[in-house]
Design a protein around this ligand. Structure first.
Ligand code: TXE
Length: 497
């Protein structure tokens, strides 16, 4: 592990970063290094943005069918390299290989095929003579160079959610993945080239948020910024982009409520809570983190969730028997552990977990599936994003109380309601302030439907045609059809004839 890997992808080729900061990419299951390389400096940001700018005229003038064909070929290349992508995604993230294999990689391939078809379906109002004297029509145009920043929890899916709608709409992009997990994003860019995406359309910069990320957002030749990450950094991104009035798209944190009414199927709800809170070791912005359970079901729900958590196998990411891998880093694991400790110190009861597992490698970032009760609504563990395998369960009495509690955090990304009563379900879907509300399930996503938040969870949608539209400008073209020099409305401004 002495040679440096080229961690930048600029103008169609892998390059070394030009900073002298060495990045070590770690396998968090073992703590072992996977590779090293040099981080991007601001000069690399300039080079990547210049490459994207140079590629824009050509790419933006390809026909939708040409872009679509290339993207369908891209999906084929990804399918042929899916084993390699799966192994790398699992290793770099400590992610259980069955999750990478069953969710991350197939999800990305489906996204590529979805946006390949979306490229050919531009939406707008019908052209027509709305004024009587003009034909109005709508043009939907790419914006230009997009600068994107993605996080480490689902590295390839988050990169794909930014890159695909942008390039399908005819934009070019510079993406800075998390410096912890750049490897599959780099491979993704290589597969794009293999499929025929022209050089400069997709560029990847690996480097620190405060250096490469900040320089990208502030770059005068970047037209739009899209970001997925924490709410505090999202605020900084929005503020930096405001300086040059760039379009901003933010997918920030979440604190999803999981509301179980007293007529719910308790087995379904308990299973849903365990899967929904432990997916990706809880490092999921839509993870079920706060279960509110109506009092008649409360005791049995807690007991059943605890039993099911005992069945979850925590272990190395590459073991096909592993249900839950490690967290992304020892730092993240320690933050989660500290939050659980503070909850315990303030009177909450840890029913399961709350510890580093004994059987896992000590240098790995593991944490046990954790179930907490007796926390108060205003406590940190209920209000703040945990981003670890921790579920907090609280009781409620009335339906109104449940909705109030569900809405009582700064976030609004996702939520679920569990009931067999259609009226309760409909009311919950109307009243809960979140970008997605599941009924009798929690977590599934689909390329055709939007993903994005309310409140401090940000604004703008990923996936779906809503996302595609955000990477386009809408232009109104209004053409006179009278051919007359004197138009009636001129009389409002000057002399009558
Ligand atoms: O995120 P950051 P972190 C939440 C989750 C987690 C917490 C911290 O609660 O515990 O955030 O994670 C780049 N200018 N989420 O610290 O810092 C950074 O390099 C420009 C929720 O890793 O927000 C990375 O590429 N870019 C989230 C990306 O921002 C900057 C997923 C995210 O890093 C920057 C991840 C700056 N000043 C964490 N500072 C979700 N919504 O799914 C950092 N970055």
């Amino acid at each position: 592990m002495t040679t440096h890997e080229k961690l930048q992808f600029i103008a169609g080729e892998r390059r070394h970063g030009s900073s002298d900061t060495e990045l070590t990419i770690i396998d968090p299951s073992t703590g072992e290094p996977i590779t090293t390389g040099l981080a991007a400096a601001t000069g690399d940001v300039d080079a990547a943005v210049a490459a994207a700018r140079a590629a824009f005229p050509g790419w933006s003038r390809t026909t939708p069918a040409e872009r679509s064909d290339i993207m369908l070929r891209w999906a084929e290349v990804l399918r042929s390299r899916s084993t390699e992508l799966t192994a790398l995604e699992s290793r770099n993230g400590g992610k259980a290989i069955k999750l990478a294999d069953g969710f991350d990689i197939p999800g990305v391939i489906d996204n590529v095929t979805f946006f390949a078809t979306t490229a050919r379906n531009l939406e707008g109002k019908a052209s027509g003579e709305y004024s009587g004297d003009h034909t109005s029509s709508i043009r939907r145009e790419p914006i230009g160079v997009v600068g994107s920043i993605s996080p480490w929890n689902y590295p390839l899916q988050m990169a794909a959610w930014k890159i695909l709608p942008a390039v399908a709409a005819g934009n070019t992009i510079v993406l800075k993945p998390s410096e912890l997990t750049p490897l599959t994003s780099l491979l993704f860019a290589e597969t794009a080239k293999e499929a025929g995406v022209p050089d400069g359309v997709v560029n990847i910069l690996t480097g620190a948020g405060r250096i490469a990320g900040q320089a990208l957002i502030e770059h005068p030749d970047v037209d739009m910024v899209s970001f997925t990450g924490s709410t505090p950094v999202g605020k900084q991104v929005a503020a930096a982009a405001a300086g040059s009035v760039k379009r901003v798209h933010l997918e920030l944190g979440g604190k999803a409520p999981f509301v179980v009414f007293d007529d719910a199927d308790i087995e379904a709800a308990a299973r849903g809570a365990v899967a929904g809170s432990l997916i990706n070791a809880g490092q999921d912005c839509t993870a079920a983190t706060r279960a509110y359970v109506q009092r008649p079901l409360y005791e049995n729900f807690v007991r059943r969730v605890a039993e099911l958590m005992d069945e979850v196998k925590v272990g190395p990411a590459d073991d096909t028997d592993t249900d839950m891998g490690s967290l992304i880093s020892l730092k993240q694991r320690d933050q989660v552990a500290a939050m659980v400790d503070r909850a315990r110190d303030s009177g909450a009861k840890v029913v399961r977990g709350g510890r580093i597992p004994k059987h896992t490698p000590t240098a790995g970032a593991y944490y046990e599936p954790t179930l907490i009760v007796d926390a108060t609504q205003d406590s940190e563990i209920v209000q703040q994003e945990i981003f670890g395998p921790v579920l907090v369960v609280l009781p409620f009495d009335t339906d109104d109380e449940a909705i109030t509690l569900a809405n009582d955090t700064p976030y609004g990304l996702a939520a679920s309601a569990w009931t067999q009563n259609v009226y309760r379900a409909q009311r919950a879907t109307r009243e809960i302030q979140a970008g997605c509300v599941w009924v009798n399930d929690h977590i599934p996503i689909i390329s055709e439907m939007p993903h994005g938040g309310y409140k401090a969870s940000g604004f703008g949608k990923d996936m779906s045609t809503y996302s595609f539209d955000e990477y386009t400008n809408v232009k109104h073209v209004m053409s006179d059809i009278t051919g007359e020099a004197h138009k009636g409305w001129h009389d409002l401004i000057f002399g009558r004839h």
